[in-house]
Ligand binder design. Structure first.
Ligand SMILES: Cc1ncc(COP(=O)(O)O)c(C=O)c1O
Length: 360
């Protein structure tokens, strides 16, 4: 479609045009009910059907075992890494947290207010460019929480192995859920905000073992208790109905496009196009350990940082948008989530080669 740019935003991120068109089509009068989906009660049969079907499709898509709850919550991933210690720190003596990038560091900051913390690994020393193997982490026993972020969106580094720890494993998958073919049963608690891979900001997914959820701290107000959300089927209060509805459309789109294995293959292919170009040149630099480079967020700097602003200006003029790195780290970042086309990545690669020829 004309006027749609190649959108490399890290989130809120691009969505498939056909999903947006279908939302537009239905927005004023959803399936002839005479109202928009955002104008009806979350308890209305029409919405309840959408909610139930969305969960069913998701369970199928990720092969979520029956002993897991699926919750559609609000407050973003930030509320999740704040609620986790509130709900579960009482389940052990110590909470093991990995410090492997900006988001895991933010989670540590919040957890440190509530838990006795052990930093089980830290890659701060190498500026978050290389993460110790999971089997080298110093996990203390009698642990309430083992927490890490699977894909650090800002540093472009990703843990590709599945965990095998003694203790409950909580993982922030905000920027990689649906891009990697994971085995849900290896995790006790997965959470992800929607605005990268499955919809608008404001709806957040939790996939967690029912047994764990049932041990939520009973002293908290209900709105902060996972068990209260689970027993009310994520309708303890008015949910983000629009976000839930869009998530359903995204899950349908994933199925139609070939499922998660296919998404993973495509993400690897897209990221390799950029990494191979970067590695062949002295003009572009990516400092991340090759095996741990993110297949969702490709970060790079220019060997001459004086060219950064020119790179961003010229790429923007070519319709390659939102390539500026996170304000805390600078440089460039191409977020290449599932909804971003191969064509967009190829256009960026083409631009990067021409830019190097012109200024290198
Ligand atoms: C890996 C990761 N975790 C957490 C967050 C925070 O999400 P939210 O802004 O929805 O709280 C982000 C947002 O960009 C993220 O990329």
């Amino acid at each position: 479609m004309k006027n749609r740019v190649h959108n490399f935003s890290a989130g809120p991120a691009t969505l498939p045009l056909e999903v947006l068109e279908s939302i537009r089509e239905e927005l004023i009068n959803y399936k002839d009910i005479g109202s928009s989906i955002i104008e009806i009660s979350h308890r209305d049969k029409t919405f309840v059907e959408i909610a139930e079907k969305t969960e069913e499709t998701l369970r199928d898509l990720l092969s979520i075992p029956d002993n897991y709850d699926v919750l559609f919550l609000q407050g973003g991933a930030t509320l999740q890494f704040s609620m986790i210690p509130l709900n579960f720190s009482h389940l052990g003596d110590i909470a093991n947290y990995a410090e492997i990038g900006s988001w895991s560091s933010k989670a540590i900051k919040e957890a440190s207010k509530l838990c006795n913390l052990n930093i089980c690994t830290s890659s701060k020393k190498n500026n978050f460019t290389q993460i110790d193997n999971l089997n080298e982490w110093d996990i203390k026993s009698n642990s309430s929480i083992i927490h890490y972020c699977k894909n650090e969106t800002i540093q472009g580094i990703q843990i590709k192995d599945e965990p095998n720890f003694e203790g409950s494993v909580f993982v922030d998958m905000s920027s990689c859920l649906f891009s990697e073919d994971i085995d849900v049963s290896k995790y006790d608690f997965i959470y992800a905000c929607a605005q990268k891979n499955f919809g608008p900001a404001g709806i957040t997914l939790v996939i967690a073992k029912k047994e764990l959820i049932s041990k939520s701290n009973p002293e908290l107000p209900n709105i902060l208790r996972y068990d209260a959300h689970a027993s009310e089927k994520s309708m303890l209060n008015t949910p983000n109905t629009f976000g839930w509805y869009v998530a359903g459309k995204m899950f349908d789109w994933y199925k139609k496009e070939g499922g998660i294995k296919k998404m993973q293959e495509t993400s690897i292919e897209k990221s390799n196009k950029l990494y191979s170009l970067i590695d062949k040149s002295d003009f572009y630099i990516n400092p991340v350990n090759q095996k741990q480079r993110s297949i969702c967020n490709v970060v790079f700097t220019l060997s001459n940082p004086k060219l950064d602003s020119i790179f961003l200006e010229e790429s923007d003029n070519e319709g390659l948008k939102y390539l500026k790195g996170h304000r805390t780290v600078g440089g460039m970042r191409a977020s290449i989530y599932n909804s971003l086309s191969m064509d967009a990545v190829e256009s960026l690669a083409h631009f990067m080669r021409s830019f190097e020829t012109k200024y290198g």
